[in-house]
Design a protein around this ligand. Structure first.
Ligand code: FHN
Length: 595
């Protein structure tokens, strides 16, 4: 479940959840964002504008700023939360924070080396923080002296150098700009607790936009040609009215190739949904989307955060996201010397090595044709081919691809070795060599005779004693529901209307006792679950089990009736109390009642 980690980091939680909510509502239909600028954009123009971004699938997020100097520690004490929020979380007086600038001298910064690393990682674009919520500009701004050129001994403009390196090495460069929150400019917004240094911070938001944010955005849009390719807004606040957002959108009108995200505020939907630190179960059908994620637990460098995700997790995330039609914007947090930490670089290089062999399965692909993830891994598709990224190599050497196409041919992508495949009623069974070519993900390339024709797989069958086991990893999940690991469980029950659905082959119908294996943290007590099949349903009141990872079995109220044999659907949905998660669900057992 997302909630435990959210509780650990309250700041990112509130922002992420509100953004996630916003994303889901926004995904209902596809309206070209350029309409917001007043320009008319046909679907064909939009496709052309988005083409490079959709093909890219993998980008580098860089959170680099003055906060890399304290690196999570203020006056000898660790400050909780993400590194780039140290000014806010430490309630540091603005003048004291600004006084850090003379210490910021990233003499080891080498734009070409960063771009080379991104390229070696297989990343196709970079998005860098040009001004985060601390208000410090990482470029030579003529608008405001609180910037890396004027306020530090460095006297260089990293954006100029990066733009040059990106152009030279053929990679796109995008700019993150915190348009609302600015904790060091009078009138800049401050989320989650508001201002703490009124003398330096209080002021009028519209004036801040007019005097700082808008002119700085003009600098960014005009001084780094041919970039930016992307403008990445962040943390919209209620201060950003549609009228004020309109002033920013007006700037973009003169740059028709720019892609921007959904975080401007003021009702603008932008081009891309931006789930943060999470991968939505089904992506955002009909919308372009990009999951942004940290490699450890912070965006901006924190000297003591060594909780790096494994290469396996990061790479499988990339594949998972591609299989749902999205992009992965993976963050690095350079040090105050201008160096990308080695553990981060190592992971990126390992991903790049995999992509060098298997990139065909990622770049330019679209989402899997299947509604549900395959039990053995993930699927992408491109130009009449399916790419099967196998995470769990079947011990019996047989991999089932549940499609009814009349002809396929399969080979290992890495070696081009041909694989035998036979047609069965459940789909094509592909014979594999005894061991996986790649321990993280081995790709099988499958040529099809036409569009993929998926067979809806039955996710559970009835045991001879009449019982039915519904495991978390066999459900079709909607909305923001999420299959989590260790052990596999369905989490993120935070959105009304989301459900988990199992397709079950029933041979012995009747009435069933319904028992759920679940976990519930005390902070989220109070929601109710409904388990339904056909016209029958039972309710379940999850009681606190002690923690999100403490599982227990409990029965739902009443009996679930399945009246006739055949393939049926069994679903679980939540009646959620606002702000509370429902449970982490590992599985459900239906036991027949003896009559
Ligand atoms: O508050 C920021 C956070 O520092 C970081 O920049 C992330 C990246 O998406 N965005 C905000 C939280 O949603």
């Amino acid at each position: 479940m997302q909630l435990p980690s959210l509780l650990r980091n309250i700041i990112i939680a509130a922002v992420s959840l509100s953004l996630l909510g916003m994303c889901v509502q926004a995904s209902a239909q596809d309206v070209p964002s350029a309409q917001s600028t007043g320009a008319i954009e046909t679907p064909a123009h939009r496709d052309a504008r988005m083409a490079w971004w959709r093909a890219a699938r993998f980008g580098m997020f860089i959170h680099w700023g003055l906060y890399s100097v304290p690196a999570g520690v203020w006056q000898g004490k660790d400050v909780d939360g993400i590194g780039e929020w140290i000014l806010h979380n430490g309630r540091i007086p603005v003048a004291d924070y600004k006084a850090l600038a003379p210490q910021f001298n990233p003499t080891d910064f080498d734009a070409d080396a960063w771009v080379s690393l991104a390229k070696a990682a297989g990343m196709k674009y970079i998005v860098i923080t040009t001004k985060h919520h601390d208000g410090f500009a990482m470029f030579h701004s003529k608008v405001n002296p609180f910037n890396i050129y004027d306020a530090t001994p460095f006297k260089r403009d990293p954006l100029k150098e990066l733009a040059k390196a990106c152009k030279k090495q053929g990679i796109k460069l995008g700019f993150y700009y915190s348009q609302d929150q600015d904790w060091t400019a009078p009138g800049g917004a401050a989320l989650l607790g508001g201002h703490w240094d009124p003398k330096a911070q209080d002021g009028d938001f519209a004036t801040y936009l007019k005097d700082k944010a808008i002119p700085q955005m003009q600098e960014l849009l005009n001084n780094y040609k041919p970039f930016p390719a992307v403008i990445w807004f962040d943390t919209p606040t209620p201060d950003m009215t549609p009228e004020l957002a309109g002033k920013i959108l007006a700037l973009l009108k003169d740059h028709p190739q720019i892609i921007w995200n959904n975080r401007l505020g003021g009702g603008d939907r932008g081009d891309t949904e931006t789930p943060e630190q999470t991968i939505p179960a089904n992506g955002f059908p009909g919308r372009d989307w990009e999951t942004c994620m940290t490699i450890n637990d912070t965006w901006g460098f924190k000297s003591k955060d060594t909780n790096f995700k494994s290469t396996e997790t990061l790479l499988r995330n990339l594949i998972d996201i591609a299989s749902k039609g999205g992009n992965y914007l993976l963050n690095v947090g350079p040090t105050s010397k201008g160096v990308i930490p080695q553990p981060e670089a190592d992971r990126l290089l390992a991903i790049g090595a995999w992509l060098k062999v298997n990139g065909e399965a990622i770049y330019g692909t679209t989402a899997s044709p299947f509604k549900k993830q395959m039990p053995w891994g993930r699927v992408t598709q491109k130009a009449g081919k399916l790419y099967l990224a196998v995470f769990d190599w079947p011990a019996d050497g047989k991999l089932l691809l549940p499609i009814s196409n009349s002809k396929i041919s399969a080979r290992l992508l890495a070696s081009a070795a041909k694989l035998e495949a036979v047609s069965t009623p459940d789909g094509w069974q592909i014979s594999l060599p005894p061991s996986a070519p790649d321990p993280i993900a081995s790709v099988i390339e499958v040529d099809l005779d036409g569009p993929a024709l998926p067979i809806t797989p039955v996710s559970a069958t009835q045991a001879p004693d009449g019982s039915i086991k519904l495991n978390a990893d066999c459900a079709e999940l909607s909305g923001v529901l999420h299959l989590e690991n260790d052990p596999p469980n369905i989490g993120s029950w935070t959105q009304v209307g989301d459900s988990a659905v199992w397709t079950v082959k029933v041979t012995l119908p009747g009435s069933f006792k319904v028992s759920l294996n679940y976990a519930l943290d005390p902070g989220s007590n109070g929601s109710e679950a409904v388990i339904s099949s056909g016209g029958s349903s039972v309710s379940f009141d999850p009681v606190v089990t002690g923690a999100w990872s403490t599982y227990q079995d409990s029965d739902a109220h009443g009996l679930l009736n399945i009246s006739s044999p055949g393939v049926v659907q069994i679903s679980v949905a939540g009646k959620l109390k606002p702000g509370l998660g429902l449970m982490n669900l590992r599985g459900i057992t239906l036991s027949p009642t003896r009559s």
